[in-house]
Every structure is written in structure tokens, then in C-alpha cells.
Ligand binder design. Structure first.
Ligand code: CU
Length: 398
């Protein structure tokens, strides 16, 4: 795996387009745009007309932030990365119909730049603003809108901030590592996002979709969301939660995990976690150096904080880079090639159902021996359900 590919995984920690018909097709292009954008002074905008996609392909409305240069909002919001000691001017523009702010959660900013409307400032429709602060402490942080916080946050207005050191040590005198892996936990109640006006009272919001970097369930198995490692090259898991739920990560011993930082500061006595609880707003930095040839998951439990029900277990897939990309199978629903121009295959698949981007089920498709013939199809995004199981998106090109 090349460094470029690894950086793609890191930068592209969850992207969702309002222009969802073409986003998959343009994914690689947009990812490179995103990387370039982060080398320029960041210019974020807020939007209220985005979509995220559930594992079955269902679009769910979101509000959020995006890069002005990209023109679309994402769930979670773009990853903001700064270097320790940097003097940051975060430019923000709000073309959306409601006021928003950026609260820099856990960062050492002064009150005027804190993004809490009553003590800082609102960014009203059509306004631009700059949040200024010094990135004095390396670590894992978060940001979110602080206007009617419960609603704007649950609609999707949140992201992660990383402050790193050029020498790839976690902090002054801290351990060195090879790559940052941002992992942002969150959840949504689909009914709220479909009807934000009817979301009151907020305490009755009960999430039903549980996400890591905006992805859930089978989406996390997709090759672009697998974390690849090279033995002896530790990865820094940047764990942060914007979820309603209490997160419990279950670390397999083969990951050889050590937790070094909490809430943006070094822990005096680093520890080797078997389980790690993450409450809403908390962040941890955990180095892993998995055993050679390891290919497994880091299960993350989502527990309701209202009645302590285990709501979901979402898996982070971690795999030795030497093993390459996993072989697509019908069981993980990943067809190949994708995008495609003439056909797409699901090994061992027996039956298929297909919908177009308008949600219209195609009455008849040519599907034999697990191969779907699409050479005569209109270019665009489609959703396929394989053997009545998981639904996946695929793209037919011109
Ligand atoms: Cu907002």
C-alpha cells in the first residue's frame, strides 16, 4: 500500500455528497481535492441540504460542514489538521438559511473564538467569520455547531480536529508512530433527520444508526474503510465521540494497544486497554502495533445512556497490508469492478434486486452466475441487494 493510498484513507474519513448521483464516480478526484484543500487555509461552509447513506442505500438528510473548494457537506465534517504551534485562522462562511457556529471542542481558544453563541458570536445567513487560535497542544479534538446544539449536532454538524507534530511523535517526549487514523463515533435517529422540526422534545431522541466515521454495519467492511498496517509501524488511533451513546471499544490482545493521551493531553501513566469507554465529547489517542499477518476487527459497542441497552456493535476492520485487499465475496456484498462500464460480479451470488438513484426498482435485469450485465445501462449510481441481504451501491460509467 502506498503512502498516497494511506493518506487517502486518513483524509477521506467519511464523505457524503448532496450531489449523490456523481459522488462515487468522482470519489478519487474529490479526495485529491480534499487533500489539496487542507494545504490551503481551511475554508469551511455550513449547509443544510446534504445526505448520508445507510448500509441499505437509503439516503438520510443531514446538515453539516464542507470545504468551500469541494462544494458539498460531509458526515462527519472535514477533518481539520494543524501542526503544533501553528497560528490558525479557520475561515467559515454560512450560505445556509439558519445561523451556525464552530465550537472548537477541547481546544485552548479564547472566549471570543469559542463558537458558543451567547459568549462568542453567531454566523448568520450570508455571513463569513474567522476563528483564530494557537494550536498549542498536540492531540485529538472535536468541533461542532453550538446553535441549538442538540439538534444541529444530531443533524450532523460535527467533525474531528488533529494537532500533530512534524516528527510524528504524539507529544513532546512521547512515542513515535507512522500514521494518524481518525475514528469519530456518532449516531443518528433517522426520524429526527427526516423531520428536524418535529424533533422536540430532544430528550426523546433515540438513535437507531450507529457510526464510525459516518459509516455503519457493512459499510465499514468496504476496502476503503479497512485500516491497513505494517508490522513495526504503529498507528495512532484518534478516537473521539460525538455519539449520544456510551462507546465501549474491545481491544483484541493482537493489536498490542497502548493508550497515551486523553482529551488532548498526555496520560501520566499510559495503559494497555482491553476495553476503553468513551463518553460523548471524550477523545483518546491509542497506539496499535498489531501482530504480523493479523486480520481482524476492533469491536466498538454503542450503549444507550438512558437505559444501558446495548444498541449496536460496529466493527473497525484492521488488516496487515501484506495481505492486500480482501477478496470480494457475496457475503460482504462488495461487487467488482466498481465503478463499471459493462458488468459487475458478486461471487457466489444467486439473486439480485436493483434500484436506480431515484429509488425505482428495475423490473428485470440480466444476472447469471453472479454477473450483472450493465453495458446498455444509463450511467449513474445504483443500489443492489444481493441474496436478500445487505444492499450496496455501485456506479455505471459512460
Ligand atoms: Cu448549526
Amino acid at each position: 500500500m502506498t503512502n498516497l493510498t494511506l493518506s487517502f484513507i486518513i483524509q477521506d474519513y467519511g464523505r457524503t455528497s448532496r450531489y449523490f448521483f456523481c459522488v462515487a464516480l468522482l470519489g478519487t478526484l474529490l479526495a485529491s481535492t480534499s487533500i489539496r484543500a487542507q494545504q490551503l487555509p481551511p475554508q469551511l461552509f455550513s449547509g443544510m441540504e446534504g445526505y448520508t447513506f445507510l448500509p441499505d442505500g437509503t439516503p438520510v438528510p443531514i446538515w453539516g460542514y464542507g470545504w468551500v473548494s469541494d462544494g458539498f457537506i460531509t458526515l462527519p465534517a472535514p477533518l481539520l489538521t494543524y501542526t503544533e504551534g501553528e497560528s490558525v485562522n479557520l475561515n467559515f462562511t454560512n450560505p445556509s438559511p439558519e445561523s451556525h457556529t464552530i465550537h472548537l471542542h477541547g481546544l485552548d481558544v479564547d472566549q471570543a473564538n469559542d463558537g458558543v453563541p451567547g459568549t462568542s458570536f453567531l454566523v448568520t445567513t450570508g455571513e463569513e467569520a474567522t476563528y483564530s487560535f494557537n494550536a498549542n497542544h498536540p492531540g485529538t479534538f472535536l468541533y461542532h455547531c453550538h446553535v441549538t446544539t442538540t439538534l444541529h449536532l444530531t443533524m450532523g454538524m460535527y467533525g474531528m480536529v488533529l494537532i500533530t507534530r512534524p516528527d510524528f511523535t504524539l507529544h513532546d517526549g512521547g512515542p513515535s508512530y507512522a500514521q494518524d487514523i481518525p475514528l469519530l463515533f456518532s449516531d443518528i435517529e433517522v426520524a429526527t433527520n427526516l423531520d428536524p422540526v418535529g424533533s422536540y422534545p430532544f430528550h426523546e431522541i433515540r438513535p437507531d444508526i450507529f457510526m464510525i466515521n459516518g459509516k455503519s454495519g457493512s459499510q465499514l467492511e468496504a476496502p476503503e474503510h479497512i485500516i491497513y498496517f505494517e508490522p513495526g509501524q504503529p498507528l495512532a488511533l484518534r478516537l473521539g465521540s460525538m455519539a449520544y451513546s456510551r462507546i465501549v471499544c474491545q481491544f483484541p490482545p493482537e493489536l498490542n494497544a497502548t493508550c497515551y493521551m486523553s482529551d488532548g493531553r498526555p496520560i501520566p501513566d499510559p495503559f494497555e486497554p482491553t476495553t476503553l469507554e468513551i463518553y460523548p465529547g471524550e477523545r483518546f489517542t491509542v497506539l496499535i502495533d498489531p501482530d504480523p499477518n493479523w486480520d481482524g476487527t476492533l469491536p466498538c459497542e454503542f450503549w444507550s445512556m438512558v437505559d444501558e441497552t446495548l444498541e449496536s456493535v460496529e466493527d473497525i476492520y484492521i488488516r496487515d497490508a501484506m495481505l492486500g485487499v480482501p477478496t470480494p465475496t457475496a457475503t460482504n456484498g462488495i461487487g467488482y469492478p466498481n465503478p463499471t462500464r459493462d458488468h459487475i460480479a458478486w461471487d457466489n451470488a444467486q439473486e439480485i434486486e436493483v434500484w436506480n438513484a431515484f429509488g425505482v426498482k428495475l423490473p428485470a435485469v440480466q444476472f447469471e452466475n453472479g454477473i450483472l450485465e450493465v453495458s446498455e445501462w444509463t450511467a449513474g449510481t445504483y443500489v443492489a441487494r444481493i441474496d436478500g441481504g445487505r444492499a450496496v451501491r455501485f456506479v455505471v460509467t459512460e
